[in-house]
Design a protein around this ligand. Sequence first.
Ligand code: AMP
Ligand code: MG
Length: 471
Amino acid sequence: MNLDNSYARLPEGFHALVETDAVAAPSMLAWNNDLAVELGLDSLAEDEAELARIFSGASRPAGVQPIALAYAGHQFGHFVPQLGDGRAALLGEVVTDAGKRYDIQLKGSGRTPYSRGGDGKSWLGPVLREYIVSEAMHHLGVPTTRALAAVATGESVYRETAWPGAVFTRVASSHLRIGTFEYFAFRRNTDALKTLTEYAIDRHYPEAKSDEVPYVAFFRRVAERQAELIAGWMAVGFIHGVMNTDNTSISGETLDYGPAAYLDEFQFKKVFSSIDHHGRYAYANQMPIAQWNLARLAETLLLLCDARTDFEAILSGFPACYDSYYLDLMRPKFGLLKKNDGDAELISDWLNYLQDNALDYTLSFRELATRIDASDPARFGEFEQRWRQRVGNQATESAEVVALMDSVNPIFIPRNHRIEQAIQEAVAGDLTVFKDLNVVLAQPFLEQPEYAKYAEAPKPNERVIQTFCGT
Ligand code: AMP
Ligand code: MG
């Protein structure tokens, strides 16, 4: 395994050297061969026993020195000056032939100096959940960290009771978070903050260097990537659930799938997370929360440059930037080929209709496409007539409109009740549902009749009411 570790070369205080636990009986639960090929790591799979040892942390490839990263963060609005990788170890970075750099990180491989009271471990549930949901997110076309491997450790992890332990391997274009900036800003360590910002610019936004004020250009790009990310979440009906600043990546990838969940029936204020009592991270709150998080990043950068006015302008332009990404993603979902003044209104009429009638967000879009030439009584009330008129005004065949809609409206999303089922059955030793979900969600827009049941919304008795942080 040929890994670089540019983060380990940053000054002391950015990270701590860690050891991963020598678990007794590691065995592979999943290996993402397609991703491994992209990363040039596929040959590792030739020795499956060694593969399980490496990606559980039981054996350390030559030249690899794992580190845990320091960061802080605002959790539910409250600042915590010291967080950090409490159950994660960065093995190093792969640099692909195309020159792209990716972190390879183990999650659940044991304690680190940042573990506080935690055990540094993961049980099977959050490992399988993140594997399914992050890969699904990727195949739905939304920026995200990826899943390379899931390994059972053969050991028990104790939460309320004993569960089978597991380790997840996450691939990310970096693990820099807003909370990393807050960590040094809180300590008024401007040298470190400067080093960090320059590192982030080099790694993610090198073009910002040639701008008049690189820090402002950097912030503008981070904000744009956040706007695009949240628009992607909203379009697929995703609720992150813990949008703390320590879970907000500088690269604009979805980071940290704890209580994350996709909507079944549509509700603007939907919350799944058991700890989000006031709905701070509710579905429709995600854009303003991203803006709030970005304001925390701007505050740290103010220690490096006197650009308050620029930061404020970028922050106040954030909703419009988000709207533009969101509308671009939503138009094709309705078969709309061109911009029109009424687009935002059409979308909000539709969402209100779904909410008032408790309809499934994902399946309703697929069903709408089937209504294009319908003449029988409307399925979607008055909305349907208006929509038909709007698509009818386009000089396009119905079949083309339907093809466009079906190419962007998924049939399959990782539904909560199926994830729960996959976890329950895996705990009992059966990985069938887990494996099925990974197959079906790799092509979410494609009819897969043999897997039709995975497209279905939960029956009332199957509904998942609450989700939990993945600790
Ligand atoms: P998260 O909710 O996953 O974003 O984690 C928030 C903080 O808690 C991070 O600093 C994690 O490293 C830490 N943490 C979560 N689970 C554990 C665990 N099992 N052991 C140690 N630290 C943990
Ligand atoms: Mg986190």
